[in-house]
Design a protein around this ligand. Structure first.
Ligand code: ADP
Length: 600
């Protein structure tokens, strides 16, 4: 799988997983649990508010003390508010309204506390005042008995007192500001009324008046607290929030239901997809296992085949090496053949010389031998005294033969013919000596070698090729080198033969130059003015079997062998050529071959 496909599959897997996580989050019951908790806290607060309202009613109607302790309600409120604080994240509505709601409930709790204590004080003062009234009446009845003449004053006082009592009770029922004026007016009238004579009445009246004073002020404060309480909108606020929250809850339940359906559908699709992938995986696993088994089998077969091939290859290599050696040998034989043919041709001319001379000498000697026989016959006739006619006939024949010999200058010619024969034999001897010099079969394989001598013996061997070529020698003063002379002669012969062949058909010129570029090296240059080498062939000329010559004329091995020989001597052979103008080979050799060269 390529990397782009891999990246696409990864992205797809991440998207699928993200979608699954999103749907799972959306259907998370945790959120729902929190919302249910919020609903229960809201209900608790509603309960607290209802209890407060009932408490207020009870306090207003004075129908007895509350059955709920304030501390209990405060605890419940704290708990509910803390709970809402904790779960607020589950509802947008609640989180929006909670600060206001909190303030309203805290205010209401505080006012309720105050209201409860003020209402208790007012009630206590009222009771004190109302309890004092029967004592005052009792005292008034005693004063009437003691002082009957004060009847009118006592009656007026009683009236004033009962008016105050009636106003106090009315004020207790509706304690608004307008009632305060009336109450204070009746109180003023009571204070101004003449006191009947009674020692206990003064203090009792004082107690009554101060209780009433305190009562109506406290009651009025109670009323104001009540009014403030009725302005605090904790209850309605809570109701509004509760119904909004319920709507929100309903929406959220519907949304959850929707996401739950989506999740089930999505999970189903994923399940189908996964089972499809699973099936594909299983199939590819089976295929891979099958391929592995096949591969293993093939490997085993392959090893065997590699073994067989290796054996076949090494056999082929051995036979290749053998054929290469044979080819090299055949190249040597071929050059040897050419050389032998040339040498034979060279020997042929002096040999013909010698043969002609010897044949002439033989003919002359035969003639001379015949004359000598006739002369001996004449001498025998003279000694034995033969008849004159026979003697005269013999004498004339001998005289004629001697005259013929003299006329033919046979005696003078014989030494010349012998010299000619000797010259031919000398030439043949020189050729043989050159051959020996060239092949150096009678010397050591590795020897000190005078390069110029090598070039000369090569030239003499290749003489027959150089008939129409002018050879120009420029031998510099170079040291003798350590090398395999017969191998180097082979190199020179190859270069000179190629040069001579390249100049065929034109007035050829071959330059042989030797020089020493530095004390440790010598250079031999073989240059010709032949046809040159085309640029595309130049890089291939040292390759084995590369030849441009006709079949039978070239094997393509000469330069390749020359290259190997020079390389084996730790040297280098280079070439440059201009097609149509000529070619120049330079053989660079060390004076002493490096120790690692293997000269044979
Ligand atoms: P061969 O002479 O048998 O062809 P060589 O290896 O000696 O093999 O030479 C390879 C080829 O290089 C020759 O066929 C010839 O084309 C080219 N060559 C070598 N020497 C010369 C030269 N002096 N001038 C032109 N071509 C040459």
């Amino acid at each position: 799988m390529n990397s782009a496909k891999m990246a696409a599959v990864t992205v797809l897997a991440v998207v699928l997983a993200a979608a699954l996580a999103f749907l799972y989050y959306k259907t998370d019951i945790g959120q729902f649990r929190k919302q249910v908790q919020i609903a229960s806290y809201l209900r608790e607060m509603k309960d607290i508010d209802t209890r407060w309202e009932a408490e207020l009613l009870r306090l207003r109607s004075e129908s007895g003390p509350s059955s709920i302790t304030t501390a209990h309600l405060a605890d419940s409120l704290r708990r509910a508010l803390r709970g809402l604080d904790e779960e607020v994240s589950a509802s947008r509505m609640v989180s929006y309204s909670l600060p206001e709601l909190k303030r309203a409930f805290t205010d209401k709790a505080e006012l309720m506390e105050k209201y409860r204590s003020v209402a208790a004080t007012a009630k206590e003062r009222l009771e004190t005042a109302l309890v004092t009234v029967p004592d005052i009446n009792k005292d008034l009845r005693q004063a009437l008995l003691n002082y009957p003449r004060q009847r009118d004053r006592i009656g007026a006082f009683e009236q004033s007192l009962s008016r105050v009592q009636a106003e106090v009770l009315r004020f207790n029922l509706s304690p608004d500001a307008t009632q305060i004026g009336r109450l204070e007016a009746t109180l003023g009238a009571l204070r101004q009324a003449e006191l009947p004579t009674s020692p206990a009445l003064g203090p009792l009246l004082q107690k009554f008046l101060s209780s009433v004073d305190e009562f109506y002020k406290t009651k009025y404060q109670e009323q104001q607290l009540y009014n403030r309480l009725s302005y605090i909108t904790a209850g309605p606020r809570l109701d509004t929030l509760t119904s909004a929250f319920h709507r929100e809850l309903e929406d959220s339940v519907q949304e959850k239901e929707l996401f739950r359906t989506a999740l089930i559908t999505y999970a189903g699709v994923l399940l189908i997809l996964l089972s499809h992938i699973g099936a594909r995986l299983r199939q590819s696993y089976l295929e891979v296992a099958e391929a592995n088994a096949a591969l293993k089998e093939a490997n085993e077969g392959l090893e065997q085949r590699v073994e067989e091939r290796t054996q076949a290859l090494s056999a082929a290599l051995t036979s290749l090496e053998e054929s290469q050696a044979m080819l090299v040998q055949s190249e040597k034989m071929s050059s040897l053949g050419q050389m032998v043919a040339g040498v034979a041709h060279e020997i042929n001319t002096p040999l013909a010389y010698v043969k002609n001379s010897l044949e002439s000498v033989e003919a002359q000697l035969n003639t001379m031998g015949g004359t000598l026989n006739e002369t001996e016959k004449l001498l025998r006739m003279l000694r034995e005294g033969a008849d004159e006619q026979a003697f005269g006939k013999q004498f004339a024949a001998v005289t004629t033969q001697i005259a013929e010999l003299r006329n033919a200058h046979t005696i003078e010619e014989l030494p010349k013919l012998i010299r000619d024969g000797q010259y031919g034999i000398g030439q043949i001897a020189e050729i043989v000596s050159n051959l020996r010099d060239f092949s150096r079969l009678d010397r050591k394989k590795v020897d000190r070698f005078n390069v110029a001598d090598g070039l000369d013996s090569t030239l003499s061997i290749a003489k027959h090729l150089l008939k129409s070529v002018e050879v120009k020698k420029q031998y510099g003063a170079i040291p003798a080198i350590t090398c395999s002379p017969s191998q180097l002669n082979q190199v020179f012969l190859n270069l000179i033969t190629n040069a001579a062949q390249a100049t065929e058909g034109r007035s050829g010129e071959i330059r042989l130059i030797t020089r020493a570029p530095d004390p440790d090296h010598v250079e031999i240059e073989v240059a010709d003015n032949g046809k040159g080498i085309p640029a595309d062939a130049l890089p291939k000329i040292f390759d084995p079997f590369f030849t441009t010559k006709d079949v039978g004329k070239g094997t393509g091995l000469g330069l390749s062998i020359a290259y190997q020989i020079v390389e084996a001597h730790g040297g280098l052979i280079t070439v440059d050529s201009k097609p149509g103008q000529g070619t120049r080979f330079v053989v660079r050799l060390p004076v002493h071959p490096p120790a690692d060269t293997e000269l044979t």
